[in-house]
Write a protein that binds this ligand. Structure first.
Ligand SMILES: C[S@@+](CC[C@H](N)C(=O)[O-])C[C@H]1O[C@@H](n2cnc3c(N)ncnc32)[C@H](O)[C@@H]1O
Length: 220
């Protein structure tokens, strides 16, 4: 294994025993439907496109993506079998068509050039810098030319209050993987991987810090 890289992963709320509380905590604290709705809107999915929800967790965003465009093929990937099981139940009760896979973000079990969109919410702050780099380079391979990456994650703190609020996330998920987010290194890391027109499209102050949306294009 390469230094700083991990085949282990941080569970949705930092600790396994908190996973079953993930959905209620997110609903109560983060205006989840609003920011995930903005992300779905930003991704602009069209019929016949193939879309990956990277780090799909309990499947809330995955279901929203499938509902936004039922004629698209939506696929979810997550490292954690426990959240995949929750997502499976949610997808069945929503009656949408989604395929779920277990695997690491930096070793996705898919062919190159096979996705039009990759969408990812609250996952990158779980990855070490080495794993962010490996993941971005894999996503460039997975995306077709002109494919798009749409991200919602913790962004650069826009003021001292937001920086202090983010300490709660850092205590739960660790300082190493989260510091690239809060110190504004996601955009340079995406550019370094070769993505183009990388931009922060929206940002919002939340109880836990600045939540940002990003867009990045895979060049032709
Ligand atoms: C905070 S949750 C976000 C889940 C979902 N995307 C959402 O917005 O609710 C982070 C998710 O990333 C997954 N994860 C963490 N490290 C991962 C990795 N290296 N590869 C794939 N998934 C990973 C966790 O299992 C967890 O489900």
């Amino acid at each position: 294994m390469r230094e700083g890289s991990s085949s282990d992963f941080t569970p949705a709320l930092g600790f396994r025993w908190l996973t079953r509380l993930y959905d209620p905590v997110l609903r109560a604290t983060l205006k989840e439907k609003k920011f995930k709705g903005l992300l779905v809107q930003q991704a602009g999915i069209e019929p016949d496109q193939r879309v990956l929800d990277l780090g799909c967790g309990t499947g809330t965003l995955t279901v929203m993506l499938a509902r936004a465009c039922p004629q698209a093929e939506v696929v979810g990937l997550d490292a954690d079998p426990e959240v995949i099981e929750i997502a499976r139940r949610k997808i069945a009760s929503a009656g949408v068509r989604v395929e779920l896979f277990q695997g690491m973000a930096f070793a996705p079990p898919f062919d190159a050039n096979s996705f039009d969109r990759v969408v990812s919410s609250l996952v990158l702050h779980h990855l070490s810098r080495v794993d962010k780099r490996r993941t971005f380079s894999k996503l460039r391979e997975l995306l077709k030319p002109d494919g798009e990456l749409h991200i919602a994650d913790w962004g650069q703190a826009q003021n001292t209050l937001m920086r202090l609020a983010f300490l709660s996330v850092q205590l739960l998920d660790g300082f190493e993987s989260t510091s690239d987010n809060v110190e504004g290194r996601l955009i340079p890391l995406l550019e370094e991987a070769g993505f183009e027109s990388v931009e922060e499209t929206q940002r919002e102050m939340t109880l836990f810090g600045t939540l940002s949306l990003y867009r990045a294009l895979n060049p032709r």
